[in-house]
Design a binder for this molecule. Structure first.
Ligand SMILES: [Zn+2]
Length: 182
């Protein structure tokens, strides 16, 4: 079995909890759901779920953080190619902001936590914009492409009241967030 996400493929300890479900993408009965609880140093326990279709390759992975920490503000400047590889842990409570693009994604019920890298955070934003056919969204997509091509720097800002999100890089700026001011 091949996972699309490079971040999860080296973890064999997922437990299959459902199989032969109807796939929401291709409608064949080949969808599987796997879960595990793992312990990430510093973050504590996280509950990971992978949904995978063996026919069409549909895949979704989410994480739910089981612990709470102090509210945190995280700032990471995407300046060069290797910054795109930095590992990202985004909890379900995290607000994602890219000021250069005028983008702010607030947590809502559909806002899932995930473990990924910076590049796939940008890709997820791009994916959301593909459906919106206006000038503004086209401009944002262009800027994201410029950033992944190394032509434009962008700032990724996370605000997480549960304090569990992080961008794992020596250049990440982390501050305790004063939630009373927000
Ligand atoms: Zn499918």
């Amino acid at each position: 079995m091949v996972y699309m996400s490079g971040n999860l493929k080296d973890n064999p300890s997922f437990e299959k909890i459902f199989s032969e479900l109807n796939c929401i993408a291709c409608n064949k009965k080949t969808l599987e759901i796997m879960q595990r609880i793992s312990n990430i140093p510093y973050f504590g326990e996280i509950f990971e779920t992978i949904t995978l279709c063996k026919s069409c390759g549909f895949k979704n992975s989410t994480i739910l953080c089981l612990e709470q920490k102090e509210p945190i503000y995280i700032e990471f400047k995407i300046e060069e190619e290797k910054d795109l590889e930095a590992r990202v842990i985004k909890s379900q409570n995290c607000i994602v902001e890219i000021p250069e693009l005028g983008i702010k994604i607030e947590p809502c019920t559909a806002n899932e936590g995930y473990v990924a890298n910076v590049e796939s955070v940008l890709f997820r934003i791009k994916e959301t914009l593909f459906g919106i056919k206006n000038k503004k969204s086209q401009e944002i997509i262009k800027k994201i492409d410029d950033c992944t091509d190394g032509k434009l720097s962008l700032t990724l800002i996370f605000q997480d009241k549960s304090g569990l999100s992080d961008i794992l890089s020596p250049k990440t700026i982390r501050k305790i967030l004063n939630t009373k001011k927000n």
